[in-house]
Design a protein around this ligand. Structure first.
Ligand code: 9UX
Length: 69
């Protein structure tokens, strides 16, 4: 299992945090995601054999937020 930190811009409330958490945790290969509104980031536990961080960022973008490396 690997850990990645993704910077996420555009989260304004706890609902955004829930949406981003659900979005990330629904991805195959993601074991868990801890999303912080204050720190504007997600700490993601994932299997690098199944998913990469670019796919995670893409999913966050599709959910309506800006994801940075
Ligand atoms: Mo809160 Mo976020 O009402 O898209 S859910 S701003």
């Amino acid at each position: 299992m690997s850990e990645a930190i993704i910077q996420i811009e555009g989260m304004s409330c706890g609902g955004c945090v829930r949406n981003v958490t659900r979005t990330l945790e629904a991805l195959p290969g993601v074991a868990g995601a801890e999303v912080s509104l204050e720190r504007a980031c997600a700490v993601v536990q994932y299997d690098p054999a199944v998913i990469d961080t670019a796919a995670m960022r893409r999913a966050v973008e599709e959910a309506g937020f800006d994801a940075l490396q």
